[in-house]
Design a protein around this ligand. Structure first.
Ligand code: UDX
Ligand code: UDX
Ligand code: ADP
Length: 470
């Protein structure tokens, strides 16, 4: 009979492991959930008495308030977490490799391997080990090999793949009512039994017909495929936005019209300054690398183009800003509203805003940044990484961080909207206008503001995907 799970350990208290396992704890009061991480500061933040959690996610604090100390615990004692659990999620980071074979494309699986080896080294009883991090196909197989080669007599390890589909900014609602939960296992009796054990955990709140069970490799590939196809939709709409700008067609109207086709669907068709986030680019590059290692160069080239289109969209937008500001921004003052890769998150990984600011700095413009959630230290870190040849003190001569949108825009020549924060739509644009140098330019990289309303105030407005400039 399938093991009835009563103790879960999650290795990795990041954007994925933290919210996912907090929700499991909330929905399954009979299961003890311990989230472990090597990073003491991160664990301390999860445990902080005033709920100053390490990640910003709407609704997350409420979940942690209800479950923490009841059946949800955060700890740096990784070994104890492993030993006590009957089911272990591996939810550690899998960044793109920076050096070595596959640098720039392949996933760095070092963290997954270290966590797996730790499980093998300290486990004293049988475990179901669940791969939660997004990893290339066949990683589960490697995890299985490592665990089996190191298991003690009487302990067995069953490996599952259970990719997470939550999006940042909506993590809690996504986890409360997921489109689907996907569980991959070996199609052996033991594999299927482990699959059922995990399925029973989710069945506490997810309808049974949304819990899909497939083979291990299908599960791993489905995660990469879902992200690749979502990113491809954005690159497709962004490619069309360039045609709109050149012809006078309107990308909103085009997206609306094609979205009515039920085979296409209306969601995820917002043209933008380019997609960001820790997943899309990384997962596509993984798929490219995988295709190349499987000797499928045409397949690799096909997916690579999705990332290239995204790079093009970002640089095209920077160029539009420079062109519109009379072909030079040297010495000009530009406000950039938004630094996170999307609204409702403080996460900046691969944010389009970073690329824009880097481009503006290389044109020797002065940039003032405002984001409602991103920490100042994070902004300096990201800009240092984006401009590796410029010392931070020089970056700081060109960049200021503001504490409100109004403050950021004051006396600037142009405002660039890089993240679709709702508050940017709602700021008092008349006040912004009154305080700006004239002519006052707005560049809307997110189709966020009512361009006509702003034009009536007096702004020169440029938006993605619309022919009528300024
Ligand atoms: C994504 C997937 O949606 C999620 O299922 C997966 O688990 C992780 O990767 P995430 O990166 O958190 O989630 O956010 P998402 O909402 O997908 O947005 C990604 C990027 O695309 C953001 O920069 C966003 O602004 C951009 N985007 C999204 C657009 O430019 N246009 C759109 O229509 C949608
Ligand atoms: C298409 C559009 O669907 C229609 O809206 C437009 O007006 C004309 O072009 P059509 O070419 O008649 O219609 O057929 P469609 O059902 O779209 O199929 C086109 C091709 O794609 C066929 O060869 C079909 O077999 C193939 N196809 C379709 C697939 O290979 N896989 C699919 O999932 C769907
Ligand atoms: P994701 O977005 O995939 O959740 P994050 O970087 O936000 O990625 O979180 C991954 C977390 O995993 C980090 O907090 C990191 O400290 C933790 N981690 C990495 N390797 C280990 C390990 N071997 N044991 C415990 N925690 C780990």
């Amino acid at each position: 009979a399938p093991v009835k799970v009563t103790k879960i350990c999650c290795i990795g208290a990041g954007y994925v492991g933290g919210p996912t396992c907090a929700v499991i704890a909330l929905k399954c009061p009979h299961i003890t959930v311990t989230i472990v991480d090597l990073n003491q500061a991160r664990v301390d933040a999860w445990n902080s008495p005033d709920f100053a959690l390490p990640i910003y996610e709407p609704g997350l604090v409420d979940v942690v308030k209800q479950a923490r100390g009841r059946n949800l615990f955060f700890s740096t004692d990784v070994d104890k977490g492993i030993q006590e659990a009957d089911l272990i999620f591996v939810s550690v980071n899998t960044p793109t490799k920076k050096t070595g074979v596959g640098a720039g494309f392949a996933a760095d699986l070092n963290y997954v391997e270290l966590a797996t080896r730790r499980i093998a080294a300290v486990a004293t009883s049988s475990k179901i080990v669940v791969e939660k991090s997004t990893v290339p196909c066949r990683t589960a197989e490697s995890m299985r090999t490592i665990l089996e080669a190191n298991s003690k007599p009487g302990t067995r390890f069953d490996i599952l793949s259970n990719p997470e589909f939550l999006a940042e900014g909506t993590a809690i609602t996504d986890l409360f009512s997921p489109d689907r939960v996907l569980i991959g296992s070996l199609q052996t009796p033991e594999g299927k039994s482990a699959c059922q054990s995990l399925g029973d955990v989710y069945a506490n709140w997810v309808p049974k017909d949304r819990i899909l069970t497939v083979g291990l490799w299908s599960s791993e590939l489905s995660k990469l495929a879902a992200n690749a196809m979502l990113a491809q939709r954005i690159s497709s709409i962004n490619a069309l936005s360039a045609i709109c700008e050149a012809t006078g067609a309107n990308i909103d109207e085009v997206a609306h019209a094609i979205g009515f086709d039920s085979r296409i669907g209306p969601k995820f068709l917002r043209a933008s300054v380019g997609f960001g986030g820790s997943c899309f680019q990384k997962d596509i590059l993984n798929l490219v690398y995988l295709s190349e290692s499987l000797h499928l160069p045409q397949v690799a080239a096909y997916w690579r183009q999705v990332v290239e289109m995204n790079e093009y969209q970002k640089s095209r937008f920077s160029k539009t800003v420079v062109d519109t500001l009379f072909n030079t921004i040297t010495g000009k003052h530009i406000a950039v509203l938004g630094f996170a890769f999307k609204a409702d998150t403080g996460d900046t990984r691969e944010s389009a805003s970073i690329s824009l600011i880097r481009d503006f700095l290389s044109e020797r413009a002065y940039v003032t940044i405002y984001d409602p959630q991103v920490e100042e230290a994070q902004i300096w870190l990201d800009l240092s990484e984006a401009c590796p040849n410029t010392p931070l003190e020089n970056i700081k001569k060109q960049v200021t961080i503001a504490h409100s949108a109004l403050e950021a825009c004051k006396q600037k020549e142009a405002v660039v909207i890089a993240t679709e924060w709702k508050e940017f739509r709602e700021i008092n644009w008349q006040t912004v206008y009154d305080d700006m140098s004239k002519p006052a330019f707005v560049f809307d990289g997110r189709l966020l503001v009512d361009a006509d309303k702003l034009r009536k105030i007096g702004f020169k407005v440029t938006t993605i995907g619309r022919g009528e400039r300024v």
